[in-house]
Design a protein around this ligand. Structure first.
Ligand code: DCC
Length: 236
């Protein structure tokens, strides 16, 4: 666990971060609470047998043991998912300390297991792709019995953004273009497939497709543009 924390402090999505930002983050580490380092993408009782089956399938093909962080062989890396983008970083971006203390990553802001965004993502560095198993919960309803389009957009933004971050460093979404092909049933399990299209200077173009687990049904297709930024610009 400690090695994992150290890796998270020195890197953002695998990219080295500047020493000034690092100093601020280290200073704020004094307040670290081990409980708050919970990885929310670990299996929990709300996961359906199908979600668990596909998690086991990809987890078995990972390059790092999820529990011990020891190396093994496999093309995938399971990405941990915390409830803050960059934990404990301080700076001028928050209106008040109260907001800073209460801020949570949107997809991890509801504590009730299974109610909203249950997901786990895996990254394949060699192929520059990311897949995410997503089980949308009952609080994400849009059309009756189906998932709200904004919730689907949120997950597409999150997973493509994660891939862009790993490939190009700190980036923000500049353009998100979505075609909704078929409604996603609440409580089902879908796979969000993301792939690098191209990188042009600061611009990273990612394509995305949401499908059923057997990939026979396409629910959603998207293209997303991320623009890389200096991490310091987020900290004032
Ligand atoms: C482990 C933790 C996991 C945590 C995992 C969590 C992942 C969550 C991911 C969520 C990500 C978000 O939602 S981020 C939040 C939503 N997004 C935002 O708030 C971004 C707001 N927009 C901005 O800040 C800005 O507009 C930028 C940074 C995008 C661009 O501003 P800039 O830095 O001044 O750069 P600028 O010169 O304008 O643009 C650079 C190049 O991009 C092009 N460009 C810029 N915007 C666009 C656009 N909308 N459509 C087409 N092209 C564009 C320009 O033409 C230019 O191309 P050329 O001339 O070079 O060819």
């Amino acid at each position: 666990m400690l090695a994992h924390i150290a890796r998270r402090i020195g890197h953002f999505h695998g990219h080295q971060i500047s020493s000034a930002i690092l100093r601020r983050m280290r200073a704020s580490l004094k307040t670290i609470n081990p409980i708050s380092l919970q990885d929310f993408s670990q299996p929990n009782p709300s996961w359906s047998p199908e979600m668990r089956k596909f998690y086991d399938h990809y987890n078995a093909q990972c390059d790092t043991d999820t529990e011990t962080y020891e190396n093994k062989t496999g093309p995938w890396r399971k990405l941990p998912s915390y409830n803050r983008s960059i934990k404990h970083a301080t700076g001028g971006i928050y209106i008040s300390k109260l907001i800073q203390a209460k801020a949570r990553l949107f997809t991890r802001s509801v504590n009730e297991q299974g109610a909203t965004f249950e997901y786990v993502a895996f990254f394949n560095k060699e192929e520059k792709i990311c897949i995410c198993l997503f089980q949308p919960g009952h609080l994400l309803e849009g059309a009756p019995g189906h998932v709200h389009g904004g919730a689907i957009a949120t997950m597409i933004d999150t997973v493509t953004g994660t891939l862009a971050g790993y490939l190009s460093g700190p980036s923000v979404t500049a353009n998100l273009n979505i075609n909704y092909r078929s409604p996603v049933p609440l409580g089902s399990v879908v796979i969000i497939h993301c792939a690098l299209d191209r990188i042009e200077g600061r611009k990273t173009f990612i394509t995305c497709k949401v499908t059923s687990t057997d990939e026979s049904k396409v629910y959603t297709e998207a293209t997303v543009l991320f623009v890389s930024i200096k991490l310091g610009s987020l900290f004032g």
